[in-house]
Design a protein around this ligand. Sequence first.
Ligand code: PLP
Length: 420
Amino acid sequence: MHYSLFGEKLSARSGILELMKDLGEALESPGKVRMLGGGNPAHLPEVNALWRRRMTEILANRDEFEHMVADYDSPRGKAAFLSEVAALLRREYGWEIGPENVAITNGSQSAFFYLFNMLAGAHADGGFRRILCPVVPEYIGYADQGAEPGMFRGAVPQIEELGPHGFKYRVDFDSLEVDEQTGAICVSRPTNPTGNVLTDTEVKHLASIAEQHGIPLLVDNAYGMPFPGIIFTDAAPVWRPNIVLSMSLSKLGLPSVRTGIVVADAEIVERLSGVNAVISLANGSLGQVLTRPLFEDGSILTLAKDVIRPFYRTRAERAQAAVSRAFGSDIDYAVHLCEGSIFLWIWFRSLSISTRELYARLKERGVIVVPGEYFFFGLEEDWPHSRQCIRVNYCHDEQAFRDGIEIIGEEARRAQGGRG
Ligand code: PLP
């Protein structure tokens, strides 16, 4: 079989594929594997009960179920849903947006595929533009999304050390290079994998730099405010006409309904829905129909604030306590300041092996983590730090998490350049 360059590139063994396969295998063999790897959000009984109730209402309402499953949605999303989303964000944050600024996609993952390939790669003027990630490590799911090779450029951040076992990445504005080959700047906030939340000042600064260059700033708000609200700082979402803000229903507890929500300048929204029509024809309606009343009455805000955020905040605190208990003082490690997301990002400074090797040893012992290497894409120079970090998901079974962390501690000690 002969595959095209596009086919080769997108179907090659990618980090995201490995991650999703591990996740699938772990779900099929519950109990055998301590799954600290995937990006699945937690099942919160109160939240699941809400979706069940909504489904019952939809089934009971005359024709609502039939419209939901038996009609194609428009490529931009349901008009009523777009209006509710715009109205909620206008009420909450005073943004001057209307339904023309909102587009729905089949998951925000698809939105990024469209956006990256719309804004980067070969251009009609003969130029080749790239997506700049100003803080790498960045979300593994972007790394293989370019239809052409070399579409990402990553920038090494500053590392602020916070005591013996903590640190935080900060945008290194002094060495950030934005030029005519930059098609867009992109950050996830809160960041997957690190739990970092760029400050409002950092975001505004990035937006101004992007504006000076006539390019958009893509902000991936999959974990942020106002929903799902898995963010533990006061950072507010920022939107301006040159910011493309992506949101998702996934971490609200609906990963399987595949609903991404993009807020952007009307021209980008129009083009995005054009791409959506070509690739997907239409969006799945389920997520929009399930959640529309929550946007209408604002209860999506209280759900995020009163149910989702406290759950993850408590879990994140307990997970960090479990790490410090298990690792003690003889492992040379630091955990990234956990300001949001469903992960802890752990840096082993004195590891004598790569974290890919550590991942393999842990998998042998029934613990799945994600090795950090995959998250460092687009860098021009080798950075040893990229082989010293792992991502763990803290939001599932707590006993499995504690057991997994114990085993990670044992393997890290063993692999610690003779120090442990
Ligand atoms: N962006 C980030 C930062 C993510 O972590 C994820 C999923 O884990 C996505 C985007 C994609 O989410 P979805 O396609 O489910 O909306």
